[in-house]
Design a binder for this molecule. Structure first.
Ligand code: TNX
Length: 488
């Protein structure tokens, strides 16, 4: 039996502040969702909420923007929230009479309905009621991301959409797609068609491969937008480029194309740094990608360029940033880019140790992705059937129980743009595999990125326990970690 009182204890990420009163709001067959007049975006969010309610309660509530419908018994979504809520915050008031969700911007309403969804019963129920609460919720960090490597193994549009559904439910707002690597090139570039015709054919282990046509990529970007997620496309350079090098001989300093690559070594490939063709190539790729990506960021990689001499690396990273800026986008790169000169605005993504210091010293904002904490491709323990272990074994507790603003020497709250949990896919082949490694660790990362500083693992693990049945209801193939006493 669904008890609205218990339900409150399973919100993830935990809201900034909340207060519970006695009683509950019960959805009736006459409940209407009132959406803001003449605002299509709010209407789409209201429609999503109607679908969530239908999942657990039968009839789909009517969505209306007619002021005459106002009154008790309804759920109101409005953009007249106070300015202090910023772009992503919301205020949610549930009383026995009505539900009012306020935000300053549509993203806040979207996050508010994710909270509402978690206050509903996990499974379909005859009587659907929500506990009387008052919640005010504003994220801690601006960048709350997940990364999916679609290069080592390719994942199609449906899988990416499902990942967007799942991460956005936990209020994550960036999906970084690792679109190119030694084993595959995954985005159609019309001016360099062999990148996908040749470089898109392979993946780790040989069978399969694939790529997104520009139409499919646009579909992903639009789907992400409707879930308040920005796609951050990555073209990894100057290393991790064998798929491109195999597609075009002129990108190689030997002027010969190497064979396609299906193994899992890193560090052996490099673009030809001292050739103008390389920069023409990058300019074309970024021009096309920028036109397909309405949001501000393009990731240029920059990691593990072990086959690129240091002086060449520095020259290359500087020039590639200029290219990205010239197309109106902000470059992001793995922490090694801090060894080169960074242009103002470039963002660095920490992944191993203190490699961010070069970038921080130049004033760059840092995204934290510590491999020994939040690399979702690391095994949980030695018996995990898939995954790697080079950085650490990462039990569910370890992915959650650390404090971003004191974890790295000399890196403070203000230096940190946010957190991102990468999932590299050398050993990850299916959507079920993605879910098994990401869940439930991703929930912990989402909470670290959203909720106020200073949460406790002991309290979180109880919320997570109550959350198992929700992940089940969403069909998530999650790992039933022994760190948690799962409720059935
Ligand atoms: C390191 S993290 C890499 C990736 C691998 C990953 C495996 C980073 C910037 N580079 O190329 O896939 O480890 O965990």
């Amino acid at each position: 039996m669904h008890n609205p009182q218990d339900c409150f204890a399973c919100l993830i990420p935990k809201p900034t502040s909340f207060f519970q009163s006695p009683g509950a709001f019960t959805i009736s067959s006459g409940t209407i969702i009132l959406s803001q007049k003449d605002n299509q975006e709010v209407k789409s969010i209201a429609d999503l909420l109607a679908a969530y309610l239908q999942e657990v309660g039968g009839d789909k509530p009517l969505v209306s923007d007619d002021n005459a419908d106002q009154g008790t018994g309804n759920i109101e979504l409005t953009l007249n929230g106070d300015p202090g809520l910023g772009e992503e915050g919301y205020d949610l008031s549930i009383t026995t009479d009505s539900i009012v969700l306020r935000a300053g911007c549509p993203a806040g309403l979207f996050y508010g309905i994710q909270t509402l969804r978690q206050l509903l019963p996990a499974h379909p129920s005859a009587a659907v009621s929500l506990p009387a609460v008052s919640i005010r919720d504003i994220p801690r960090f601006e960048w709350r991301g997940a990364m999916l490597d679609v290069a080592r193994h390719f994942f199609g549009v449906q899988d990416v959409k499902r990942y967007i559904d799942l991460i956005s439910h936990y209020k994550m707002n960036r999906l970084h797609l690792h679109l190119s690597d030694d084993q595959g090139w995954r985005i159609e570039i019309k001016s360099w068609p062999r990148l996908t015709q040749v470089g898109g054919r392979t993946q780790v282990g040989g069978s399969g491969g694939g790529y997104y046509t520009q139409e499919q990529y646009k579909e992903i970007v639009e789907y992400a937008r409707s879930h308040y997620v920005m796609i951050v496309p990555e073209i990894d350079t100057p290393g991790h480029t064998n798929a491109a090098l195999a597609s075009y001989a002129e990108l190689n300093s030997s002027e010969e194309a190497p064979a396609l690559y299906e193994g899992t070594e890193v560090g052996f490939s490099s673009l030809w740094i001292n050739s103008e063709i390389t920069y023409q190539f990058l300019d074309d790729v970024i021009r096309e990608l920028a036109a397909l990506t309405p949001t501000p960021y393009i990731h240029i990689g920059g990691d593990e360029a072990r086959s690129t001499p240091e002086a060449d690396y520095k020259k290359f990273i500087k020039r590639f940033q200029e290219i990205v800026f010239s197309h109106g986008k902000t470059p992001v790169g793995w922490n090694e880019i801090g060894e080169a000169e960074l242009l103002p605005g470039t963002i660095a993504q920490q992944w191993v140790g203190a490699g961010y210091q070069g970038a921080k010293g130049q004033g760059a904002k840092i995204i934290l992705s510590p491999a020994n904490k939040i690399y979702l491709d690391m095994k949980y323990d030695a018996s995990t059937p898939i995954g790697l272990d080079w950085a650490a074994l990462i039990p569910v507790k370890d992915a959650y129980d650390w404090e971003p603003a004191s974890y790295m020497d000399g890196l403070e709250e203000d230096d940190i743009l946010g957190l991102e949990a990468p999932l590299w896919t050398e050993t990850v082949v299916t959507m079920k595999d993605i879910e098994y490694l990401a869940f439930p660790r991703l929930l912990g990362v989402a909470e670290l990125a959203w909720s106020p500083k200073g949460q406790s693992w002991e309290e979180y693990r109880q919320r997570l326990a109550a959350h198992g049945k929700r992940m089940e209801a969403m069909g998530i193939n999650f790992y039933k970690s022994p760190d948690v006493d799962w409720e059935s």
